[in-house]
Design a protein around this ligand. Structure first.
Ligand SMILES: [Zn+2]
Ligand SMILES: [Zn+2]
Length: 338
């Protein structure tokens, strides 16, 4: 919700206000809007004890408003907390949309002076996402989800990162949780807290620093901070899907009960232990050695079906090589400190 009426004044400095924070129910100028979002994330980092997890952090960068907000805010907090950041962009090969997204990500990384690793699906697997969708006849979002989860984990593991940070905003997270509750998939709720733990050498931990930042606020943040971002939506995004309906319902409820979404998320974060762990035991994929709930992991299974052989192990090797040329040195640092 962006209001730009001339008579509105920034509640900090009294200057012209361009942005409204629905969480604080106050107006701000560009500079102070950026400040209040950075401050909200700083508080979340302290409250949810995320600082150690963000020490050597891989940030998933799609180029959309949420991931751009995440990267910018973490970069602004890097000195204060001692964070080192690697941004990772995955080019899925969705025609002009992917070309544009990669361009935007390169521009942001340059602007923020953050190292960027671009992984190109066509290079890594020999196929693009649209080709996989055609072959598998599965919804694009489910294939894309499997690929992104896998590749971010590979980068995290191979780079010796302390965590992967995801740009999920408060509206996204509240909608996932409510959806899982409605479907009574209670063990999935645990995965949507401010942080999920790593699992030895199988999976890197995940953090969601925008846990208490609303979607309206990331939309305003990128404009207030004058950052480029991808405004077009992915051509594969379905027009109707359950999470979007739940988001609308939550917005409606918020109109009746002010502060509902963030209150809900704060309570969930306190109650995460109440929810059960996933029932299937987790083990190591026999092909790539990373986290799996079956003999071979979802990514190795997927690539086996598309190109005739499981590609997890070779993808890990390729990522290792790409990381070596960036020279982060996180693995040396983590073996020194342990
Ligand atoms: Zn101001
Ligand atoms: Zn595997």
């Amino acid at each position: 919700m962006t209001r730009t009426r001339k008579d509105l004044r920034c509640s900090v400095c009294g200057g012209n206000a361009s942005y409204f924070s629905p969480a604080l129910r106050r107006y701000f100028c560009d500079e102070h809007f950026v400040d209040i979002i950075v401050d909200r994330v700083r508080r979340s980092i302290n409250k949810y004890k995320l600082a150690d997890k963000l020490k050597h952090v891989v940030v998933g960068l799609s180029g959309g408003k949420d991931s751009v907000t995440l990267l910018s805010v973490l970069q602004r907090l890097a000195n204060e907390f001692g964070f080192e950041i690697l941004a990772v962009h995955i080019n899925l090969g969705i025609g002009e949309y992917s070309k544009h997204s990669e361009q935007v990500c390169r521009e942001i990384a340059r602007k923020l002076n953050v190292p960027l690793l671009v992984l190109n699906l066509a290079d890594l697997l020999g196929v693009t996402l649209p080709q996989m969708v055609k072959k598998l006849k599965r919804p694009a979002c489910s294939i894309c989800g499997t690929i992104k989860r896998y590749l971010f984990n590979v980068v995290g593991i191979e780079a010796c990162a302390t965590a992967v940070a995801l740009g999920h905003n408060a509206d996204d997270i509240a909608a996932y949780i409510l959806k899982n509750f409605l479907l009574q998939d209670l063990s999935a709720i645990k995965k949507h807290g401010p942080a999920t733990d790593p699992l030895d050498s199988l999976a890197v931990g995940r953090v969601r620093p925008l846990y208490e930042v609303l979607e309206d606020e990331t939309r305003s943040y990128v404009k207030a901070a004058k950052l480029p971002f991808v405004e077009t939506t992915c051509p594969f995004k379905p027009r109707r899907y359950f999470e979007a309906t739940i988001k609308k319902a939550l917005e409606f409820l918020e109109g009746e009960v002010k502060g509902l979404r963030l209150d809900f998320l704060r309570r969930i974060a306190k109650n995460l232990d109440v929810y059960p762990n996933p029932s299937e035991p987790l083990r190591s994929c026999s092909v790539c050695g990373l986290i799996s709930s079956a003999e071979i992991c979802a990514f190795c299974k997927l690539t086996l079906r598309v190109v005739g052989k499981p590609l997890g192990a070779s993808v890990r090797q390729r990522v290792r090589e790409a990381l070596a040329s960036l020279g982060l040195g996180w693995c040396k640092k983590s073996s020194k400190s342990s």
